[in-house]
Design a protein around this ligand. Structure first.
Ligand SMILES: NC(=O)c1ccc[n+]([C@@H]2O[C@H](COP(=O)([O-])OP(=O)(O)OC[C@H]3O[C@@H](n4cnc5c(N)ncnc54)[C@H](O)[C@@H]3O)[C@@H](O)[C@H]2O)c1
Length: 331
């Protein structure tokens, strides 16, 4: 998107939320504090949930998605994964700005269709890869500008697929990689560049789907990394970690909480702690919601585009294909 904002764009952005569960309320609370936005419309297939949300942040409780579209300028898609494509296509067809939670969609065909529609649409389309804005990962990116990273060891685990209940239903999530691991698949591209090749192994233990993964990625710039992801590894801290190895330097993150930077030949390291940052900011939600309103009002491209969302889906599908076929995947 480009061009000067017109008067209409500079008026308050009327937000409509589809899906007022956990993350719908997180985004709703944040936008309700932004003077450039107002919570205008809420829709959930369980109306009591939308009514409960309306009591805390306001907004008209709508009895259909059509009614929601009539009452907003921008739609936040916060319903479960399998609904994303249909809701997004509806919002784009109505000329709305769209914030779509991860995953962008499920399956390469749907991702292709949605990417084409989003790129042809008249509004902003942003994907909810919040970790990009988290201070720990923004700091990692800054530090990596000083050095050439050589390799990394990465993990993205989860304690269970029971909460919310649909997270264990592959027909809703598209698979564990879509629900959880995709966060750090997006992070791979954000921190290290484009991927050239991958090999992957997977197995099934706790749930009726592949739930344990070991992957090796090689990037176009020569960087390479190992990546482990388990759906039932307990919530042992840190369930999410990146260790990056550079020339006489290791930088390590622990979830959104801490970053360690050890450089030189001597045993020393610097710690940066983010635990005092309020959670909605520490996890990047405040920054991504502000970026969405910025893009709408300034007419600029959002930081995480439909193309980025598509590339994450492509990575997920490639890992599943690599495991099922036993073949390495080249991009
Ligand atoms: N970026 C993040 O950190 C993050 C965190 C949590 C969830 N998410 C994503 O956000 C989405 C929602 O997750 P959640 O944890 O909030 O789930 P949730 O179960 O707490 O909330 C989902 C809500 O959507 C409603 N819903 C279901 N189908 C609907 C439909 N067709 N139309 C309207 N409403 C519908 C449900 O009734 C529920 O209230 C998922 O795609 C998930 O992957 C992202």
């Amino acid at each position: 998107m480009s061009g000067k904002p017109d008067a209409k764009q500079m008026s308050k952005v009327r937000i409509g939320i589809v899906g007022t569960g956990y993350i719908g309320n997180v985004h709703g609370r944040i936008h309700s504090r932004d003077e450039r936005a107002e919570i205008a419309a809420l829709y959930d297939i369980i109306p009591e949930r939308a009514e409960r949300t309306a009591k805390t942040i306001g907004g008209k409780v709508c009895s259909s998605r059509e009614e929601l579209m009539e009452n907003c300028d921008a739609v936040l898609i916060c319903s479960p994964n399998k609904t994303h494509k249909e809701v997004a296509l509806h919002a784009i067809a109505e000329g709305k700005h769209v914030f779509c939670e991860k995953p962008f969609s499920i399956g390469i065909d749907d991702a292709n269709e949605l990417r084409d529609a989003a790129n042809a649409g008249s509004g902003v389309f942003q994907v909810g890869h919040n970790r990009r804005y988290a201070p720990v990962y923004a700091t990692l990116k800054e530090l990596l500008k000083e050095d050439q990273p050589h390799s990394a060891h990465i993990k993205m685990n989860r304690g269970e697929l029971k909460n919310p209940v649909w997270t264990g239903d592959v027909n809703v999530t598209g698979g564990f990689l879509y629900e959880t691991t995709i966060h750090l698949f997006d992070m791979l591209r954000f921190q290290f560049g484009e991927i050239e090749e991958l090999v992957a192994y997977g197995s099934q233990h706790e749930y009726p789907e592949l739930d344990e993964f070991s992957i090796i990625f090689r990037f176009k710039n020569g960087f390479h990394c190992t990546f482990a992801s388990s759906s039932d590894a307990s919530w042992h801290f840190p369930f999410e970690r990146i260790e990056v190895f550079c020339h006489h330097r290791t930088i390590m993150t622990e979830e959104m909480e801490r970053l360690f930077d050890s450089r030189g030949m001597d045993a020393n390291f610097e710690t940066r702690s983010f635990h005092m940052v309020e959670k909605e900011e520490r996890w990047g939600y405040v920054q991504e919601d502000a970026a969405f309103i910025d893009s709408i009002q300034k007419g600029t491209q959002p930081p995480v585009t439909a193309d980025d969302g598509f590339r994450s889906v492509e990575l997920v599908e490639s890992v599943y294909t690599a495991i099922r076929s036993g073949q390495r995947i080249r991009f």
